[in-house]
Every structure is written in C-alpha cells, then in structure tokens.
Design a protein around this ligand. Structure first.
Ligand code: SAH
Ligand code: SF4
Length: 363
C-alpha cells in the first residue's frame, strides 16, 4: 500500500502514469485528499469507479495518529502525534487576530544538539516521511474544522517544530510543494517559513528547489559563541552563513531573512552582542525576532530579564533593523519554542532516547 500523503503533484502524476492512468487524475485526487480531507476513495465522485476500486486495494491516505490534544488558556493548541516505534512529534496551532499559524515538525528529535534546545537534548530518532510532515497540516485542518471551501483557519505554516527541516530535505520539499499547490493547500510562498540552524549547502538547494520565506536561527553574534550554542556553526561559520543568506535572497519570496535570536541571560544578551549583530548583518537585509528563552529542566540557561531584552531590541532598532520580541505562547501546555516533545531530564539519556518513548510530563 502506498500512502498518497507521501506524494506531491509531480510524484502522484508519475505514479498514475506508471500504472497507465491519465496524468490529470493526480490533480483530481490531490484535491480530494488535501482540500476536502477525504480518506475514502468512494467519496471521490469525479474519479472513475474502476480507478476508485483499484486505489482501494493499492493505496491509502494515512496521516499520523494524534495521541494527545491539549489546548492552552491562550488558545494555542498542541497535538502529540504517534509516529511509530515509540516516537512522537508535536504540531502546534497558534491562533492570532488576523492569522492562524501552524508550527510543523520535520524530524523525531534532532541531531544538531543546540545547547538551549529541548528537542536537541533528546538526540535524533529519525526523519519524518513526507506523509508525516504534510499529514500534520492535513490533520490540523480537519481538527480545526476546515471544510475545503470555508475561510482558511490555517493561513501560515512555519517549519519550526521539532527537528532541522533542511536535514530532511527531500521529504520537507515534497511537503512544501503540497503546501503551495493550488490543488492542495494553496498557501503563498510568503506564508510558508522554513527555519534552519544554518545548513549552508541545503539553504542553496532550497533556494533552487522551492524558495519559501526563510528564518535563520542565529543566536550568537560571533563564531566563538555560536560554535558553542549552535554546534553546526563549526562546520558552517558565520561568514559562510551570511553569504548563504544573501544568495537565498536572490530568489526568496520576501526581501529579508528573519534572524531568530534566543535571549539567554548573561550569555548572548549584552549591549556589545547587539552591536556586534548590527555589524555582522550589515550586508544582509533582515529582521530580528528575539525569542525569550523557554526553560526546561537542567537546561543550564535562564531567560534574559524583560528590561534586558527591551534594551537589546532598542540597539537593533536604532540601527534600523526591524525587531520584534516573540510573545511566549502556549507555555502552559509546553508548546513554546524549544519545549516540544516533553522534557528530557538528562543529556546522558540521549542515546537511550532513541528507544525510550517520548512522553510529556507535567511541569
Ligand atoms: N531546527 C530549526 C527549527 C526548529 S526550532 C532551527 O533550529 O531553526 C525553532 C526555533 O526555536 C529555533 O530558532 C530554535 O533555535 C528556537 N529554540 C530552540 N530551543 C529554544 C528554547 N528553549 N527557547 C526558545 N527558543 C528555542
Ligand atoms: Fe535542532 Fe533546531 Fe533544536 Fe538546534 S534548535 S537542536 S537545529 S531543533
């Protein structure tokens, strides 16, 4: 059985053609699957009955299974999804006045081990399939009551859940293609954001394959500090990262890169760091999004105090850089950035965590 959620339009067309079917069947089936959320081939009324019968024996439409659905007091909603072998990933919906953003995971765990990230501390389990990635949007649409015709509940997607999207390149690009496809979710490139810790060659590949809005997790203003906080920096240092950002902008749907910067008390939050950032990003049209650190047990970091974040932002703003400070949303259900997939108490469990179920614990 093939899972049709694994196929973007090109792959589904190829699959139909291989079986002697007409290419336009792909468009019809994509609409049923993604726009209308249909899982039963019999409901695909404009598809020939004989093909429906064949599909019923060769294909399925199987999204990941939600094992928990939590709603925060601020309306943020989080689903814990079982992805088999005792692994679970999370998807978060963040409603705002004039938009609804879905935060999607790309991997179970993450191999990149950023010092301040709870997902990184769990180690790497595996890449999610394209079906498991787009399945999060498919499922959230259903759970939020979208009917395919009505007003969009989910207007924006950010690849900012668990995992490094550019380390699971092909599956992420298939899912992005579906997000942008008019027969599927029809989101504009500007409303789909990939967040990366800075895997330089994959940033170039994304620019060529499927340029969406790009957020880069910067978190430090010099190589010595970034080498420690974001270890992938040892491979792709800041000079190369800034050059890759400039190259990305040649094709990006937005004319700026968003730099994410987690505010860690006494670590990366001084006036000098802010001024160093201004110099570092001088040649890269950008906005900054400051993220107050979201604590988790034994992280070894504290959140910068609010007045410190304010002062830091002022230095960037005074230098002409649009800077916002992210509101912490959903932290009563552990849905804030970097808190996803429960809490791991000890880094020595990283290896064991490949087989230990990821379970949420009450805080
Ligand atoms: N792997 C990708 C996307 C997922 S993380 C990346 O690193 O960009 C989404 C954002 O949350 C990243 O900017 C990440 O650095 C940040 N983040 C991770 N842990 C955090 C924490 N404990 N508090 C605040 N932000 C955190
Ligand atoms: Fe991975 Fe991103 Fe967490 Fe770093 S911040 S460990 S890249 S998920």
């Amino acid at each position: 059985m093939v899972n049709l959620l694994d196929f973007d339009a090109a792959a589904l067309t190829d699959w139909f053609v291989q079986q002697g079917e007409k290419p336009f069947r792909a468009k019809q089936v994509l609409r049923w699957v993604h726009r209308f959320g249909v899982t039963d081939f019999d409901q695909m009324t404009d598809v020939a009955k004989s093909l429906r019968a064949k599909l019923a024996t060769t294909a399925c439409i199987t999204p990941p299974v939600p094992v928990r659905d939590s709603i925060s007091t601020d309306g943020t909603r989080k689903w814990l999804l079982d992805v088999g072998n005792a692994n679970a990933v999370e998807t978060v919906f963040i409603p705002e006045t004039n938009r609804g953003t879905l935060c999607i995971s790309s991997q179970a765990g993450c191999a990149l081990d950023c010092a301040f990230c709870s997902t990184g501390k769990q180690g790497f389990n595996r890449n999610l399939s394209a079906a498991e990635i787009i399945g999060q949007l498919w499922l959230a649409n259903r759970m939020l009551g979208a009917n395919g015709d009505g007003e969009r509940v989910i207007s924006n997607v950010v690849m900012m859940g668990m995992g490094e999207p550019l380390a699971n390149f092909d599956n992420v690009v298939s899912a992005l293609n579906l997000m942008l496809d008019d027969n599927a979710y029809g989101l504009s490139r500007r409303r789909v954001t990939v967040s990366t810790s800075g895997i330089v060659p994959a940033m170039d590949r994304l620019r060529d394959a499927c340029p969406t809005a790009l957020a880069v997790s910067l978190h430090a203003s010099n190589d010595a500090l970034r080498d420690k906080l974001v270890p992938i920096n040892q491979k792709y240092p800041l000079r190369e990262l800034m050059a890759a950002c400039r190259r990305y902008l040649e094709r990006a749907p937005r004319d700026f890169i968003t730099f994410e910067y987690v505010m860690l008390d006494g670590v990366n939050d001084s006036d000098a760091h802010a001024r160093e950032l201004v110099a570092l990003t001088r040649d890269v049209p950008c906005k900054f999004n400051l993220i107050p650190f979201n604590p988790f047990p034994n992280s070894g970091f504290d959140r910068s105090p609010a007045p410190r974040i304010k002062r830091f932002a002022e230095i960037l703003i005074d230098a002409g850089i649009v800077t916002t400070t992210r509101k912490t949303r959903g932290d009563d259900v552990d849905a804030a950035c970097g808190q996803l997939a429960g809490q791991v108490t000890d880094k020595t469990r990283r290896v064991a965590s490949r087989i230990v179920p990821i379970v949420e614990q009450p805080r």
